[in-house]
Design a protein around this ligand. Structure first.
Ligand SMILES: [Zn+2]
Length: 323
């Protein structure tokens, strides 16, 4: 029987629990909104309940491993969440110990963007590719990379924070405190803010004028663009331009073979990828090289926590690649 992995993805809006196997098959999954104001105690309770429920449903008494990917700063060696921008009061939280003592199996913890990068290496477009960059476009923008066949973490485990690359000097203030970060412009929250701030354009847009301010998001911008809304068209074009600037910066520094884009905004599909490939090509100017821009795994968020323990096992066995 293939190894069974219980995986968790703890994000800002929802927690996913999945049961997957070593072949990258997701057998069952379960989602629940993240409770933001009740700290680690409630988080632990939710994770444990979701885990047992899933194991019960698939008839597995004990998984072989547990993988956790977390949106926030983690210490993977200690199995600890150091801080979270989403769950209030969550600091130095020993998430791996909590799950290990409940389920009795080893727990591997990883940052969510790193986890998604690992999933691409194990099961996605990053298979057999020694140099690739992964970017996640969702509420925020994160990333990861494999360089020379190895996961590149950096000195503090914070490499490839591509969302905090400044692409517009004196641009909008980012959550990190700097101005004009890619995330502040082209992340989901940044896109929504750019729409909402242009009150005149919102009023004049036949489609946006009917949307409540709290319901404006990147998905609607792409949807309205498809329906011919001029304002949305402008927002999308601007988003794509700044993404291209950021992507060419990354390519100029790391020279990857491919760049993989995942996250909710990647669901815009060809409305994003088509014009983005063209914009990147233009933005290269004289530094052109044939870097493929590919879409991430559709079930990447589910596969990320499943991939982490599988990958760590390969590394421990001295085989960091998955060729
Ligand atoms: Zn920033």
């Amino acid at each position: 029987m293939p190894r069974t992995i219980l995986g968790y993805d703890v994000g800002g809006t929802k927690i996913s629990a999945v049961i997957g196997d070593e072949n990258g098959k997701i057998i069952k999954s379960l989602r629940k909104p993240t409770v933001r104001h009740l700290g680690g105690g409630r988080l632990k309770e939710d994770l444990i309940n979701m885990g047992w429920k899933l194991l019960d449903e698939v008839g597995v008494k004990q998984p072989d491993n547990i993988g956790v990917v977390f949106a926030g700063l983690v210490d993977r060696e200690k199995g600890m969440v150091l801080s979270s921008p989403n769950i209030l009061g969550l600091r130095n939280f020993p998430i791996s110990d909590a799950l290990e003592s409940e389920f009795g199996v080893p727990v591997d913890l990883e940052n969510d963007a790193t986890g998604a990068t690992i999933a691409e290496r194990m099961f996605g477009n990053g298979r057999g590719i020694d140099n690739f960059v992964y970017m996640t476009l969702s509420t925020g923008i994160g990333g990861g990379a494999f360089l020379n066949g190895q996961l590149y973490r950096g000195a503090h485990g914070m490499a490839l924070e591509v969302g905090h690359m400044v692409v517009m000097s004196n641009g909008p203030v980012c959550g990190c405190g700097r101005r004009g970060c890619l995330e502040a412009i082209a992340g989901g929250r940044g896109i929504a803010r750019r729409v909402s701030e242009n009150i005149t354009a919102v009023k004049e847009s036949e489609l946006f004028s009917k949307v409540k301010p709290s319901e404006i998001d990147a998905k609607k911008v792409f949807e309205f663009k498809r329906k011919g809304d001029m304002f949305s068209q402008l927002i999308v074009e601007e988003t794509i331009y700044y993404l291209a600037v950021g992507i060419v910066n990354i390519i100029n520094i790391l020279d990857p073979e491919i760049l993989i884009i995942g996250g909710g905004i990647a669901n815009a599909g060809n409305d994003l990828f088509g014009p983005l490939r063209t914009a990147v090509r233009e933005e290269f100017k004289s530094m052109y090289r044939p870097v493929k821009i590919l879409r991430g795994l559709k079930n990447g968020p589910d596969l990320a926590p499943v991939s982490v323990p599988l990958f760590n096992r390969l590394v421990a066995e001295g085989n960091p690649g998955t060729k």
